[in-house]
Design a protein around this ligand. Structure first.
Ligand SMILES: [Fe+2]
Ligand SMILES: [Fe+2]
Length: 360
């Protein structure tokens, strides 16, 4: 809840600009959805607080006016997804450490100490993971100094998932050097943090899994960006100019989108079916077959919330329409939603600092 003092410290002109800014951000979403209505309130409060703190939110900048008649750039013609996957992006491989962790986690013979050993063998990864485990993300009282202690406290699978996520970010950033990925990862980390919080608040088992789902949900964009570094700029400009999502822009230009590319890559890498489903269906949760997993519903909501709070990747400025099915599946009482955003910016900035600025 924003205080009266904070509100009064902001000029009516700045408040009007903030409202216009958010009107554009929420232009294409379904305002009659209870989750969206709450997101609008959160976003307005957050924006005013940030303005009062003197943080540049970009709300004063001129907003692009979407043009319904803008034509799509013709750059993806002749490149099917199969061609893209086999010819253009086979340069991106799964980091060796992720392969080892995957194998160990799927092997009935591998023990917790085997997995802790694989992680500990990588000194830089261990250092980054311990910083993460000791960060506000976990709120642990005692300092954790070894991987085996981290395993005992937060669990083997969560730690292995975090190790895989951090290694993937680092490995992919190295292979896609030169591309501006900061905004992309900030959006992914925001989605990951929100997904984990939603999972925790609703008592899901292994909330860490949702963190990894969130980290990877848009990974297909990286591969498209890697395959078409120059042309991707045109697709992003097309999305902004037309006022559509990157998912829709990619589908128009290429005939497939980052969800198809991402899910194919994750399946090839043998990541869990829950994570693969989260990637494939995060823009269309109603299309997912009922499988007893709900990762795609949580990632769909977390993705919208991340965008509502200003964590959007380049070209993807608009809060999407939100599925009622996903909201019903989450089953979170509306008043509890506010707890999800407490100290969220601090957490996102801490995790980003550790994950984006470590190289291992
Ligand atoms: Fe997406
Ligand atoms: Fe996203």
């Amino acid at each position: 809840m924003i205080t009266k003092e904070v509100l009064e410290s902001i000029s009516p002109e700045a408040r009007d600009k903030a409202k216009a800014f958010l009107k554009m951000r929420f232009r294409y979403t379904n305002h009659d959805h209870p989750f969206v209505a709450q997101l609008v309130r959160f976003a307005y409060t957050e924006l005013l607080e940030r303005i009062a703190q003197g943080i540049d939110t970009g709300h004063s900048a001129e907003q692009p006016i979407p043009s319904e008649t803008l034509g799509a750039p013709s750059i993806g013609k002749g490149c099917s997804m199969g061609t893209l996957l086999t010819q253009r992006i086979n340069l991106v491989s799964l980091p060796q450490l992720v392969v080892q962790l995957q194998e160990a986690m799927h092997s009935p013979k591998a023990s917790a100490s085997d997995i802790a050993k694989i992680i500990s063998n990588d000194v830089k990864l261990t250092a980054s993971l311990l910083r993460l485990v000791n960060s506000p993300l976990y709120g642990l009282v005692t300092k954790i100094e070894t991987v085996s202690r981290a395993v005992a406290l937060i669990g083997l699978r969560p730690l292995a998932s975090l190790a895989m996520g951090a290694t993937l970010i680092s490995g992919l950033n190295k292979q896609l050097q030169g591309l501006a990925l900061e905004e992309f990862w900030l959006h992914s980390i925001a989605c990951a943090s929100i997904a984990k919080r939603l999972a925790e608040q609703t008592g899901r088992a292994e909330p860490e899994r949702y963190f990894v789902d969130g980290l990877l949900h848009d990974i297909g964009r990286l591969f498209i960006l890697g395959a078409f570094p120059d042309e991707s700029e045109s697709v992003q400009n097309f999305a902004i100019g037309k006022g559509i999502s990157m998912h829709a822009a990619e589908t128009t230009v290429f005939g497939f989108s980052h969800v198809d590319v991402g899910a194919s890559i994750l399946a090839k890498w043998n990541l869990s079916p829950a994570t693969t489903a989260a990637v494939r269906f995060h823009h269309s949760p109603e299309e997912a077959p009922e499988q007893g997993i709900d990762d795609h519903h949580i990632i769909h909501l977390a993705d919208a919330m991340a965008k509502a709070l200003g964590y959007h990747a380049r070209g993807d400025h608009f809060v999407p329409r939100v599925s009622m099915l996903s909201w019903n599946k989450l089953a979170l009482p509306l008043p509890q939603l506010e707890e999800t955003i407490a100290d969220l910016h601090l957490e996102i900035e801490t995790v980003a600092q550790i994950m984006l600025h470590s190289s291992f």
